[in-house]
Ligand binder design. Structure first.
Ligand SMILES: *Cc1c(COP(=O)(O)O)cnc(C)c1O
Length: 403
C-alpha cells in the first residue's frame, strides 16, 4: 500500500472511502499522482473545480490578494466583499447576499432565513415553521441538514434530529402542494438531485413549484451548490425552466462549490430583500465568511466563467458527452441521465458495481466516483474539450466491455 494511504488510514477518521490514488498535481482537466501518472478528472471535486485545476487567473487573484489582506473578520469592512455581493445579486436576479464558506453553511443560512421570514413576515406561530424538502435530497452534513435527509447512511447514530422538515417525493409538484400547511415557510429543493444519482425532474417541475409557492405564500429556495454556475449548461439549473429576476425566479438561491474557483471554500445564500432583511446584526454570522481572500477568488472564479464562456461550453460539450454516453449501448448500463456536463451512468447492479467501474477507469487514467452504489458520476471541469471527452468515453466503453 502507498505509504501516504497507510498514514491516512492510521491517523484519519474513516469517513471517506477514496479510490487508491494519491494525487500530487493538477492542471486544467488533468491530475497527476505521486508517481507522475496522468489522469483525466471526470469528477472536478463534485463541481468545485468547474473552472479547471490551478486556473492561472484565479491562482493569480489568490496570490495578489494574499499579499494584501486575507482575514480581517466582519467586525470591519474590507475591500473585496461588496463587489462580490453585488455580483452575486446580479447573476441570480436577487437583492441581497450573505457570504459563508461551505455549502452546508449556506444551506443552514437559508433555513434560518426561511424560518425567520416565516415568523416575522408570514406570522407563523412560534417554533412551528415547516420546510418542505425532496426525498433523497442532499444538502450537506450538519445535524440540522441530515435531520431531513432520507439516506440512512447519513443519519444513523446521529440523532436526535431537528424537527420542522417534511419530505415529499422529488419531481412531484402535486405532492409539494399537498404537504403545504399554514405553517409552511419554504420549499427547499435541488433543481437536479446530484448525490441521489443525477436525477433530472420531469419537465415543468420547477415552473409548477414556483406557481404553487406563489399561490400559497411559501418561499421557493433552490440549492444550486452543485448544479449552479454553469454545470448544467445554464448559469443556474433553474434557468432551464424559470427566469432570473425577482418576479419570475426563485426567492432564494444557495451557491457554493464552483464559487471558490477550485481553490477555496466559498458559499453564499442570495435572496429577496424581504427574506434577507429578517437577519439583524448578531443573528447570524461566520468568522471566515466573506473574507477578502475568498471574495477575491470568488470574483475571479465568476469572471472566468463569463470570459471563457464556460456556461455555453458546458451546454455544447455536455450535449456531446451525453450523446456519446447514450450511444454506448452496453448491457451493463440501465440508464444515462444528465444535463450539461453532469452525467450519471446508472450501472445494473446485477451485472457490475459502480465502484468497480470507477476503479477500472482509474487504472485506465480516468478519475470518477460512484454515487449511490449504482451510478458512475461524470462531471468534468467545464473547460473539457471533445478529444478529452472521447478519451473518457472510450475508457468507459473498454471497462464495460471487460466486466
Ligand atoms: C455539496 C453540496 C452541499 C454541501 O456543500 P459542502 O461544501 O460540502 O458543505 C449542499 N448542497 C448540494 C446540492 C451539494 O451538492
Amino acid at each position: 500500500m502507498h505509504p501516504i494511504i497507510e498514514q491516512e488510514k492510521r491517523f484519519g477518521a474513516p469517513n471517506y472511502h477514496p479510490l487508491p490514488v494519491v494525487l500530487a498535481r493538477g492542471e486544467g482537466v488533468w491530475l497527476w499522482d505521486t508517481d507522475g501518472k496522468k489522469y483525466l478528472d471526470m469528477m472536478s471535486a463534485y463541481s468545485a473545480v468547474s473552472q479547471g485545476h490551478h486556473h492561472p487567473r484565479i491562482v493569480k487573484a489568490l496570490k495578489d490578494q494574499a499579499d494584501r489582506l486575507c482575514v480581517p473578520s466582519r467586525a470591519f469592512h474590507s475591500e473585496r466583499l461588496a463587489p462580490l455581493l453585488e455580483k452575486l445579486c446580479k447573476i441570480t436576479g436577487l437583492d441581497t447576499a450573505l457570504p459563508m464558506n461551505t455549502g452546508a453553511e449556506a444551506v443552514e443560512t437559508a433555513i434560518k432565513a426561511a424560518r425567520r421570514w416565516g415568523y416575522t413576515v408570514k406570522h407563523i406561530p412560534k417554533d412551528k415553521a415547516e420546510i418542505i424538502v425532496g426525498l433523497n435530497n442532499f444538502h450537506g452534513r450538519t445535524t440540522a441538514i441530515i435531520s431531513f435527509s432520507s439516506e440512512p447512511l447519513y443519519r444513523e447514530g446521529f440523532g436526535p434530529f431537528v424537527p420542522g422538515f417534511v419530505a415529499v417525493p422529488f419531481g412531484d409538484a402535486k405532492a409539494v402542494e399537498k404537504a403545504i400547511t399554514p405553517n409552511t415557510a419554504a420549499v427547499l429543493m435541488e433543481p437536479i438531485q446530484g448525490e441521489a444519482g443525477i436525477i433530472v425532474p420531469p419537465e415543468g417541475y420547477l415552473k409548477e413549484l414556483q406557481a404553487i409557492c406563489k399561490k400559497h405564500n411559501v418561499l421557493l429556495i433552490l440549492d444550486e451548490v452543485q448544479s449552479g454556475l454553469g454545470r448544467t449548461g445554464k448559469m443556474f439549473a433553474f434557468q432551464h425552466e424559470i427566469g432570473v429576476s425577482g418576479k419570475d425566479g426563485p426567492d432564494g438561491v444557495i451557491l457554493g462549490k464552483a464559487l471558490g474557483g477550485g481553490l477555496l471554500p466559498v458559499s453564499a445564500f442570495v435572496g429577496k430583500k424581504e427574506l434577507m432583511d429578517c437577519f439583524t446584526p448578531g443573528s447570524h454570522g461566520s468568522t471566515f465568511g466573506g473574507n477578502p481572500l475568498a471574495a477575491a477568488v470568488a470574483l475571479e472564479a465568476l469572471a472566468v466563467l463569463e470570459d471563457e464562456h464556460l456556461v455555453e461550453r458546458s451546454a455544447e460539450m455536455g450535449a456531446y458527452l451525453l450523446k456519446k454516453l447514450r450511444g454506448l449501448n452496453s448491457p451493463l448500463i440501465r440508464e444515462v441521465r444528465g444535463r450539461g456536463l453532469w452525467a450519471g451512468v446508472d450501472i445494473d447492479p446485477k451485472k457490475a458495481r459502480a465502484r468497480i467501474v470507477c476503479e477500472k477507469l482509474m487504472a485506465r487514467g480516468v478519475l470518477s466516483k460512484e454515487t449511490h452504489e449504482t451510478v458512475v458520476r461524470l462531471a468534468p471541469p467545464l473547460i473539457i474539450n471533445r478529444e478529452e471527452i472521447d478519451f473518457a468515453v472510450a475508457q468507459l466503453a473498454a471497462v464495460l466491455a471487460e466486466l
